[in-house]
Write a protein that binds this ligand. Structure first.
Ligand SMILES: [Zn+2]
Length: 166
């Protein structure tokens, strides 16, 4: 096999068994408990661009594990924003759909930020060194964009409540 596929088993801090498989550079397979969550590694592909292969793999595993470890946090954030969804008879379907689309983007950004913070926290010195060596890497843009979407988006979504009272 030229495309190696590496599987790792772990357990989240809240007891969920996890299986993370990274196949080549293009597919990740995360299994959380009984639920398989295969997905293309969009963030890992962009953010690890230009890093040596072993660093890329190690940080990609840590990122996927970060998603699992920060899942409770991501769900709490989701629930917190959800309380402010537009409600009532006067709210049009389009407005509800736009709000939901915004929620999807903001939730994903917040969760990406949490997962990557987990990667950074594992070994801050190694993380910064890897990125200093990989010149032109888009990681700073990733951090800036995710932080902006998560912060501004969260407050924008929570504000909608005040404008939709009847
Ligand atoms: Zn991610």
């Amino acid at each position: 096999m030229t495309q190696e596929s590496l599987a790792r088993h772990a357990r989240s801090w809240y007891g969920l068994p996890v299986e993370i498989v990274i196949e080549g550079d293009y597919w990740h397979w995360v299994k959380a408990g009984p639920v398989p969550l295969p997905h293309p590694p969009v963030v890992n592909l962009i953010v690890r661009h230009g890093l040596p292969r072993d660093a890329r793999l190690r940080l990609s595993y840590a990122h996927e594990m970060g998603h699992i470890q920060t899942l409770p946090l991501a769900l709490m954030h989701l629930a917190w924003v959800w309380q402010h969804r537009p409600r009532g008879q006067g709210v049009s379907l389009w407005r509800r759909l736009a709000w939901l689309a915004g929620l999807a983007v903001v939730h994903q950004s917040a969760w990406e930020l949490a997962a990557e913070t987990y990667v950074l926290a594992q070994n801050p010195a190694e993380y910064t060194r890897s990125y200093q060596e990989a010149r032109g890497n888009p990681a700073p843009w990733f951090w800036a964009l995710m932080a902006l979407l998560a912060l501004v988006g969260t407050f924008a979504l929570r504000r909608t409540q005040h404008t939709t009272e009847e």
